[in-house]
Design a protein around this ligand. Sequence first.
Ligand code: HEM
Length: 511
Amino acid sequence: MSSLLSPELVSASAVTVGALAILIAYARRDSRPIPPGPRSLPIIGNLLNMPSQEQWLVYQEWSRKYGSLSFSTCPDRAFTQHGTTGSDIVHMNVFGTDILVVNSAEAASALFGHKSAIYSDRPRMPMLGELIGLGWHFGFMPHGEDWRIHRKIFAQEFTATAVEGYQEQELKWTKIFLQNLIATPQNFMQHIQHMASGLALEISFGLEVQPSGQPDPFIAAATQAVEALTETGLFGTYLVDFLPSLKYFPAWLPFGKFRRQANKWRISPRRDYVPSIGSKILMSDEASNETAVRQATAAMFANGSAATVSALTTFILAMRLYPEVQAKARREIEQVVSGRLPSYSDEASLPYITAIIREIGRWNPVVPLSFPHKLTTDDNYNGYYLKAGSVVFPNAWAILHDPTVYPEPHIFKPERFLTNDGKLNPNVKDPEAPWGFGRRICPGRKMANSTMFITIASILATFEITAAIDDNGRVIKPSGEYGSGMLRYPKPFKCNIKPRSREAAALISED
Ligand code: HEM
């Protein structure tokens, strides 16, 4: 009996049944007009068109290329003539899974905003949730009761008032960061990471983490989770996302590479942890349901802070590449802050710093394709039929680089959010797209903005960021490149960071 049900036989049968289901679905395909997209092939659909790098750029290009002039009545679009007007929604199909990419703010607002009840689900993500073990992460839970409970408890901890309550810890960690920066400025990325993790641990568990950065097993596990999320979180990166039965295939098969990668990233805290106070609390068996939810959300905060790390690294990059922005920001700070470090009460008087924070999220969004949403009910948009069960990607990158809304979108220009006399322009909205959409919008955004404000204002008040010089006296220009994953980070780059003056250095070392 056991030999009859060998894993190989089970997986082969599962794939055969899956292939049959796709064939039947293909034969019965719908004839209603669907959004345009690249031409698809039988069974595999657009598998060969799926970009593997910087997907947001490819989808942005497709939305210009595939027009909405003539509606196809054939879902594989074999006979469609594409128009020239472009379409803000593009469609693909891979092994029977419909994929929609939303490329404009109007379409995002019409779907994720006005119809959030049917656009707030998440697709099943076998690689991330089942093989790597991030299924507990409520950011990837289906839109249901469990998600609602997690989200409610989490959101209570990060309201505007709750976030004000964390300012003391944020000021403390900003100071630690500045001190680490003065000691080893070349390690600025590591110091940003340490500050974000230390702050998350202190706020979540009340833990006092070593300021100098002794390795902590909880930080290590959170970092591992972030790496897994970055590499695999983009739905469709692995075939198993489209064909879940592949997860039963043994790792040694030639196409079992994803299994080997999943084993590398698999989150198994109970076995791998060296006990720390944080991990003991996190893993406590006596935990009640609510405690369990709190524990998971605390760990989520550690992950969320990874996004803040990316945004702060983008800030350093922008200051290195745009010295005139840095000089202008510093002039504003000098008018407001003198003989002390910046505080939260300065925020209202520093509109240029607020504009810089907005521009960071717009210029190089941390999550350019946001997290994938799933449509739960048949819908239509601009005459197109959108099928229930479709995976829907909001293309935050395309929305934030729309030249009709943000002229010269590739340039870092905080002025776009300001009036001529330097106030925040009420007619230019603070973009929401960097934070996601509808009911799933990032619940940690107030916390992230608060951390960014105090860190950025404090760096500008005390340090100068200039070009690094190589051994031959030549300026090293950062490539400005980013890694391509679900969360984007600037690729490591060099710059010269030094205190602006003796007074600034003295402020940093003061207790
Ligand atoms: C610059 C920093 C950050 C950025 C750019 C960012 C961006 C995002 C985005 C784009 C999403 C997906 C929204 C969607 O599905 O439409 C998200 C979800 C989420 N973020 Fe953030 N985030 C940041 C920081 C944080 C922080 C600090 C926390 C924790 C305090 C956090 C907690 C979460 C959670 C829990 C979710 C999942 C929400 C859900 O599925 O219901 N984020 N974030």
